[in-house]
Design a binder for this molecule. Structure first.
Ligand SMILES: *Cc1c(COP(=O)(O)O)cnc(C)c1O
Length: 354
């Protein structure tokens, strides 16, 4: 056997494929609007480039999770974009968010008070989306506390501190029955908000899977991340069935030869789950080669016929196995496989960015 080293890793991101996924998702969920979820550096794809291209494609809502992500999104987005952040944070970050005109998700009574206080002292009015806990118990107001919460929000609205522009929740999307129960709780929360006198124009509940498959979950706005990046759900319909394609591929080059197989440079695979060995392969030209070991210092691939220094290999992506197919082999989800690709691996972009 021959040992090869593979270096010059890159996560290659095709923004034209991303744009095509956006078109598929948006036409599927229409007339509901898309909120593109860009948390975790746009699922590892690079926030600035993703937001810039989505803006060119006409995306107007972004979901950024934390305030730092929201500020970076604001900087990259087109004028007039709505940026939603939902992590509960302290006064300083609330002030930064309001200054950058960020919409805030509020799923905690004391956070609502903090947001109102900061807004009043800044002489501004905070745009908030109130979160009902529909069963995930992560964050959100419990149904029994919701009527008092929406009345308090209405008082703060009258005082000029906040404007309640939305009501939202997050659901598991792992069982239709559980999701239906959550939707029942959500609808009741919407009725309560109405009767408290809140307009709450923007109503959002679903992420990729339910937005795509179940029209009654879309309301006016759907928060979609994974499918826009071409990451299908583990155990769900395949990419062809959804009409989406992965936008990222992890590539590297062969740099050295030795006995025992092809060694992949540590930078190339740094962060890949080591238990992918035996489940994954690399694609070299028209050939496949099994990933034998993923180690800290080197990763080994079986040699292929005619392999040579400089050969480019693809570890995952559109022309090889997908993040989700790898995830299924080791019982995780596709997002996790992509997020493990080290930030030290440079991102390269194909297609228009600005
Ligand atoms: C991550 C996330 C989403 C998007 O989920 P996908 O399955 O990637 O579409 C939507 N809403 C919230 C609150 C999230 O945290």
């Amino acid at each position: 056997m021959t040992l090869w080293e593979v270096a010059e890793p890159a996560l290659v991101i095709d923004l034209d494929v991303f744009a095509a996924n956006l078109r598929v998702v948006r036409s599927r969920i229409a007339p509901a609007d898309l909120m593109l979820v860009v948390k975790d550096d746009a699922y590892g794809h690079g926030l600035a480039e993703i937001v810039a291209r989505a803006s060119i494609e006409g995306v107007r809502w972004f979901g950024a999770f934390d305030v730092a992500g929201a500020l970076a999104t604001r900087a990259a987005a087109a004028e007039g974009a709505r940026v939603f952040a939902w992590l509960t944070v302290g006064a300083e970050e609330i002030a930064e968010a309001l200054d950058a005109d960020i919409d805030l998700g509020v799923g905690d009574e004391s956070f609502l008070e903090d947001v109102a206080t900061v807004a009043l002292s800044a002489g501004t009015r905070a745009r908030v989306h109130l979160k009902i806990d529909t069963g995930l118990h992560r964050n959100g107001i419990r149904p029994e506390a919701w009527p008092a919460f929406v009345r308090r929000a209405r008082d703060l609205e009258r005082a000029g501190a906040v404007e309640v522009v939305g009501v939202w929740s997050h659901i598991a999307e792992s069982s239709d029955d559980e999701d239906d129960d959550a939707r029942g709780v959500f609808d009741e929360a919407l009725r309560e908000a109405d009767s408290a006198g809140l307009a709450a124009t923007h109503r959002h509940l679903s992420a990729s899977a339910a937005s795509f498959a179940r029209p009654e979950f879309r309301y006016g706005l759907a928060r979609v991340g994974a499918f826009c990046y071409g990451i299908r759900s583990a155990g769900g319909p395949d990419e062809a069935g959804l009409g989406i394609s992965p936008i990222a591929s992890l590539e590297a080059s062969v740099t050295a030869v030795g006995p025992g197989g092809v060694t992949v440079n540590v930078g190339a695979l740094h962060g890949l789950f080591s238990n992918l060995a035996g489940h994954a392969y690399v694609t070299a030209g028209r050939q496949h080669s099994e990933l034998i070991a993923v180690g800290r210092a080197s990763s080994t691939v079986a040699p292929w016929t005619g392999a040579a220094v400089g050969d480019r290999v693809t570890v995952l992506g559109s022309h090889a196995q997908t993040a989700t197919s790898l995830a299924e082999a080791i019982d995780t989800v596709g997002e996790e496989v992509l997020l493990r690709v080290s930030p030290l691996v440079p991102r390269q972009y194909r297609g228009k960015t600005a």
